[in-house]
Design a protein around this ligand. Structure first.
Ligand SMILES: Nc1ncnc2c1ncn2[C@@H]1O[C@H](COP(=O)(O)OP(=O)(O)OP(=O)(O)O)[C@@H](O)[C@H]1O
Length: 599
């Protein structure tokens, strides 16, 4: 299974449920066993109620006081045992669910984070699956209860059918008459789910519009543009468009289900007539058929209801989870090598082409390139030329569609993503604002040193972010983000400097990627920063670290050892600043335009 291929089918239902059960058992073996056994025990007394009623009838009609007493004691004990076992079972189940929910949530979060590429964050069909799984994970613990309940109902059903067969074997047909309800109940959730999944894209859009209309991040632009009312109206319309077909499917499936219940109702009346008039059975037997038959309808209803619930909701949650497990495992399987300790020759791209998952347009087209060990390489080109994409491929956030990247002679595709990530660091133009204490917002760049003052201070200095920290009321201990108690907001440029510091946390990376991390800073600050950084990079760099810098500012770019010029998904020129200027090609032209603007 290739992470960037067609959307993989979901794994089969039964094996997914079994995997989820094993997962629960691995985390909470004793609680799970106790919850299961208690739920089955709680089911038994209830199923025997019909038997006590029949005995009671026989005792009363036959004037047998002992039988009446035994049946009355049996009825009393059943009621008490039902209440007691249900109470204990509910408590144990609640504890089991609380614990297993935490385990499941952590499992899903770990799986998502462990998927090396970010393709699954960008493909609509995967996003829909993940969105549904994220919603369901908080309630996936109910699936265990649903499985236990189903077993309990089947147990009750078995006991009840046995009681009916003890009167006449043909009465087992009453259970057969309930089959149409089983069919419709298992069919309904499937068709409803398909309709719901079709509406998932509308749901996601509706939720996105709601977030845009209500959150602080977009608040300023929404108000200035005055689009609040339109956003609300579009949200309502999107939601309606997604849900009208779902409602239609629900009505149709409900009609079929009602028809199936009518079939069972007729069979029930027929069974009573058969025993009372056809067999001329004693009144106690008729009583048993009446009680057991009515219970049978309840048990069949509950079993199919639970099965339907299991199938319609929990099974798909379990299947999505199993899919995510397989997806994460497949992404890891292909990569079995450790990251190299040092680069001897450098990083090589051989005929690399790339189209974003779910699209066919090549945004990198047959790119071959050598990034020498120890070099500072700048990538330049117009907007959309493919610079950031190239950086993302080097960071193994995506795999090339064709061609390969090599670290010396080791294919990057074979290097374990987690191992490669420990040897690379970087800062991106679309950095994330971690609203934590400033120390942690920087320290996250190397979690091993999250709380170490010295490495954090060094990274702040390297990024030239001392001035940002100096202005924070409590220095590195300041909470960032105005939405938090005592939190402060900082400017975009200040956020960017902190993100840059985060990128400088790792001490000896093999690859440092700087994808326009200073776009919000003025040209002079950027220039000074890189001058310092390039000098440091050319100094102690035994590991052959390659620095890749994407920038639109030629005053910075010219400092690089090697400049790669990209245009329309292709590399059009490679060389040093002087060589490229002498050559008089696209680089010289772009440089000339920018230099003239500054004169
Ligand atoms: N996640 C994505 N899915 C689909 N297409 C994408 C995605 N990200 C980028 N693209 C497309 O890939 C092409 C190259 O984008 P890329 O971000 O690599 O360009 P760039 O040279 O870094 O541009 P800029 O200078 O504006 O940052 C663009 O046409 C862009 O629209």
């Amino acid at each position: 299974m290739k992470p960037t291929g067609d959307p993989d089918p979901l794994p089969p239902a039964l094996s997914s449920i079994w995997r989820l059960c094993k997962l629960g058992y691995r985390h909470e073996p004793r609680m799970m066993l106790a919850a299961f056994v208690l739920s089955q025990l709680a089911a038994l007394p209830d199923a025997l109620l019909a038997l006590w009623l029949a005995l009671l009838g026989r005792g009363v009609l036959g004037h047998r006081p002992r039988l009446v007493l035994a049946a009355a004691i049996g009825l009393g004990a059943t009621a008490t045992a039902t209440w007691f076992l249900r109470t204990v079972s509910t408590r144990v189940q609640r504890r089991f669910r609380d614990r297993v929910t935490i385990a499941l949530e952590s499992h899903v979060a770990r799986l998502q984070a462990s998927v090396a590429t970010i393709a699954h964050h960008e493909r609509p069909e995967y996003l829909d699956r993940l969105a549904m799984l994220r919603d369901q994970v908080f309630v996936l613990d109910h699936m265990y209860m649903s499985v236990f309940e189903t077993c309990g109902w089947i147990l009750r059903l078995g006991v009840t059918v046995a009681l009916l067969v003890s009167i006449h074997p043909a009465l087992a047909l009453l259970a057969v008459a309930a089959l149409p309800t089983v069919v419709t109940a298992t069919w309904r959730p499937g068709v409803e789910r398909v309709a719901q999944e079709r509406a998932a894209a509308h749901d996601r859009l509706a939720r996105h519009l709601f977030t845009v209309a209500t959150t602080a991040a977009s608040g300023k632009e929404v108000r200035v543009a005055g689009i609040g009312a339109q956003l609300v109206a579009r949200r309502r319309e999107t939601w309606g468009r997604g849900h009208a077909p779902v409602a239609a499917v629900r009505w149709a499936s409900a009609a079929w289900h009602a028809l199936a219940w009518a079939v069972f109702g007729l069979a029930y009346v027929g069974a009573i007539a058969f025993v009372a008039l056809g067999m001329r059975a004693p009144a106690a037997s008729v009583l048993l058929v009446l009680a057991a038959g009515s219970r049978l309808s309840m048990y069949v209803g509950a079993t199919v209801g639970e099965l339907g619930f299991l199938r319609g909701f929990w099974v798909y949650g379990a299947r999505r989870l199993a899919w995510l497990e397989d997806y994460a495992a497949a992404a890891h399987q292909a990569a079995d090598l450790p990251a190299p300790d040092a680069l001897r020759d450098g990083i090589r791209l051989e005929r690399v082409s790339f189209a974003y998952p779910g699209t066919t347009r090549l945004v990198l087209d047959d790119v071959s390139l050598a990034l020498p060990a120890g070099a500072v390489v700048a990538i330049v080109g117009e907007n959309g030329a493919g610079k950031s994409t190239l950086v993302k491929l080097l960071a193994k956030l995506y795999e090339p569609t064709s061609g390969a990247i090599y670290l010396d002679d080791v294919p990057l595709a074979r290097v374990r993503p987690d191992a490669w990530r420990t040897r690379l660091t970087g800062a991106f133009q679309d950095f994330f604002r971690f609203e934590l204490r400033a120390r942690h917002a920087v320290g996250l760049g190397d979690v091993r040193h999250l709380d170490d003052a010295e490495p954090v201070g060094r990274a702040v200095a390297r990024a030239g972010a001392d001035d940002v920290v100096a202005r924070l009321p409590a220095g590195l201990d300041t909470q960032l983000g105005a939405g938090w108690p005592e939190g402060v907001d900082v400017s975009f440029g200040q956020w960017q400097k902190l993100a840059l510091a985060r990128g400088f946390m790792r001490d000896r990376p093999l690859l440092l990627v700087l994808d326009e991390p200073t776009a919000a800073l003025d040209a002079e600050t950027e220039h000074a920063l890189f001058e310092r950084y390039v000098a440091a990079s050319r100094g102690a760099n035994d590991e052959g670290r390659v620095t890749v810098l994407v920038s639109h500012r030629f005053s910075t770019v010219r400092m690089a050892d090697l400049i790669v010029v990209m245009d329309g998904a292709r590399v059009v020129e490679v060389g040093s600043h002087d060589a490229l200027v002498r050559r008089g090609g696209p680089y010289a032209e772009l440089y000339g335009i920018q230099a003239a603007a500054y004169r």
